[in-house]
Design a protein around this ligand. Structure first.
Ligand code: PLP
Length: 413
C-alpha cells in the first residue's frame, strides 16, 4: 500500500519525538533492572493538571443546550470574542472577531495547513517554493514543508546573532545557495523559541515585519510559548504589536502550554484579514470546527483571574525547576558562558560534553547508560548540532536525580 501514498509522505521519517518514545520503551526493562528507570527530559508539554476552573466550565458546558452539535470552522462567536479580548488585554492588539480570527485544532494543525495552502508542490528542489524557518526550531516546520512539496530554508539562530538574525543576510545566503528569492512565500518566526527559549525584542519584530512587507512575504508568527516567561519586565510580545504588522502577519496561538491543555487541541490564528479568509475557506472544506463545549471552557479561561493565576504559578514552578538543573549542570562542569539561561519556555539548550562528536551520540549514551531522555539538537535543524534540548517539566525529585545520575555515570562537560 505504501506506494499508493504521495512521495512526500513516503519520504518523511516518523516524528523524532515518537522515535525517542519508541527507543525509550524498548530500553525500559533493562534500565529499570539497573536502577535507571527512564526520566523524561524530552517532553515538550507541561505535565500538570489544567486549571480546575476550565474543567468545571467544560463540565457545565456538557449539559447546555446545543453544545453537542456541529460548530463552525472559524469558531463560535463567544470563542472569537474571548480571543479578541485576550489579544487586547495581553498585547494591546485589536483584532476583529468576525474577520481576523479563526479557531484551530491546536496550533500545529493551523501551521501545517497554512504551509500546505501557501506551497504549490514541486518535485525537484530547484523548483520548490520556499518558507524560511528558524533553525534550530520546532522540528515539525521542516516536516510540514516536506509533506507539502516545499522547501524549508533555515534562518540560523545563533549565540552570535543573539537569536535574532538579519533577514536580509538570510536572503543573501539563500541566493548564494542557488535558490530564487521569488520562490519564497513566507517567513516563520517563533518567539519564545522552541528549543532555545530565546525571546525577541519588539524592535526585532518590526525589522521582520518590514522585511516581509518589502519582499511581499507572509509573516507567520508562532506564539505558542508567549505566556511562558519568568521575568515580568521581559514579557514576550506579539508580532501584531508592531504598527502595520497586520498587513503581512498571521499569528498562531495555543492553549496547550500556558494551561497544560495539550490534549484538548485548542488554539487560534489571528491577523491579516485576507490571509485569514483564505485559511478559513480551506478549513471549511477539511474540518467542521471545534467541539463547542471545549470552545465554551476555553473562552472562559482566557480572560479569567483563575487563568492568570494559573499561568503565574506554573511559571514560578518552572523557574524553580530550571534553577535545579542550571545549578546541577554547573556542578557538572558547564560554566555560565557555556549556555544561556532562558527567560521563557520550559527548555534548556545545553552544549554537549566535549568528548562527544555528535548530539545523537551524547543523547543515546545518556539514555542507555543513565536512563535520561533528552532530544538531540540536530532534531531541530542543522544549527542544532552540538546541543541537546532538555525539558524541565519533570517533578523536582526527578530533576535532582538527573544530576545525581549524570555525576555517577561520568556525564561532565
Ligand atoms: C513551537 C511550537 N509551536 C507549535 C506547537 C504545537 O502546539 P499545539 O498544537 O499543541 O498548539 C508546539 C508544540 O510543541 C511548539 O513547540
Amino acid at each position: 500500500m505504501k506506494e499508493l501514498f504521495n512521495r512526500y509522505v513516503q519520504d518523511i521519517e516518523t516524528y523524532i519525538m515518537v522515535q525517542i518514545k519508541q527507543r525509550t520503551l524498548e530500553l525500559t526493562p533493562e534500565l529499570k533492572a539497573k536502577g535507571r528507570a527512564p526520566i523524561s527530559l524530552d517532553i515538550g508539554a507541561p505535565t500538570d493538571t489544567p486549571p480546575k476552573y476550565v474543567i468545571d466550565k467544560l463540565k457545565e458546558a456538557l449539559d447546555m443546550e446545543g453544545m453537542h452539535r456541529y460548530s463552525t470552522p472559524k469558531g463560535e462567536a463567544f470563542f472569537l470574542d474571548a480571543v479578541a479580548k485576550r489579544m487586547k488585554n495581553r498585547f494591546g492588539v485589536d483584532v476583529d472577531p468576525k474577520t481576523e480570527i479563526c479557531s484551530l485544532i491546536g496550533s500545529k494543525e493551523g501551521l501545517a495547513n497554512i504551509v500546505r495552502e501557501l506551497i504549490n508542490p514541486a518535485e525537484k528542489d530547484e523548483d520548490k517554493e520556499i518558507i524560511l524557518v528558524p533553525d534550530p526550531g520546532y522540528a515539525s516546520y521542516s516536516q510540514m514543508l516536506l509533506v507539502s512539496g516545499g522547501l524549508a530554508y533555515p534562518i540560523p539562530l545563533t549565540l552570535e546573532n543573539n537569536y535574532m538574525p538579519d533577514m536580509e543576510e538570510v536572503l543573501s545566503e539563500l541566493k548564494k545557495d542557488g535558490y530564487d528569492e521569488k520562490k519564497v512565500k513566507a517567513v516563520i518566526i517563533n518567539y519564545p523559541n522552541n528549543p532555545l527559549g530565546a525571546t525577541a525584542t519588539k524592535e526585532y519584530y518590526k525589522e521582520v515585519v518590514d522585511f516581509c512587507k518589502k519582499h511581499n512575504y507572509l509573516l507567520i508568527s508562532d506564539a505558542a510559548y508567549c505566556d511562558m516567561y519568568f521575568d515580568e519586565n521581559k514579557k514576550p510580545c506579539s508580532a501584531l504589536e508592531v504598527e502595520g504588522a497586520k498587513d503581512v502577519t498571521l499569528e498562531f496561538h495555543s492553549f496547550s502550554k500556558p494551561y497544560a491543555m495539550t490534549g484538548w487541541r485548542l488554539g487560534w490564528v489571528c491577523g491579516n484579514k485576507e490571509a485569514l479568509g483564505m485559511f478559513a475557506k480551506q478549513k471549511s472544506t477539511i474540518d467542521t470546527g471545534l467541539f463547542k463545549a471545549l470552545q465554551y471552557a476555553a473562552a472562559a479561561i482566557l480572560n479569567s483571574e483563575e487563568g492568570e493565576e494559573y499561568i503565574k504559578n506554573a511559571n514560578d514552578r518552572f523557574k524553580e525547576k530550571q534553577k535545579i538543573l542550571v545549578d546541577g549542570f554547573k556542578k557538572l562542569g558547564w560554566k555560565d558562558e557555556d549556555f544561556v539561561v532562558p527567560d521563557a519556555t520550559f527548555y534548556l539548550w545545553l552544549p554537549i560534553p566535549r568528548k562527544y562528536k555528535t548530539s545523537r551520540e551524547f543523547t543515546s549514551e545518556l539514555l542507555e547508560k543513565s536512563g535520561i531522555v533528552a532530544v538531540p539538537g540536530d532534531a531541530f535543524g542543522k544549527y542544532g548540532e552540538g546541543y541537546a534540548r532538555i525539558s524541565i517539566v519533570a517533578p523536582k525529585d526527578q530533576l535532582h536525580e538527573v544530576i545525581v545520575r549524570m555525576e555517577k555515570d561520568g556525564f561532565t562537560y
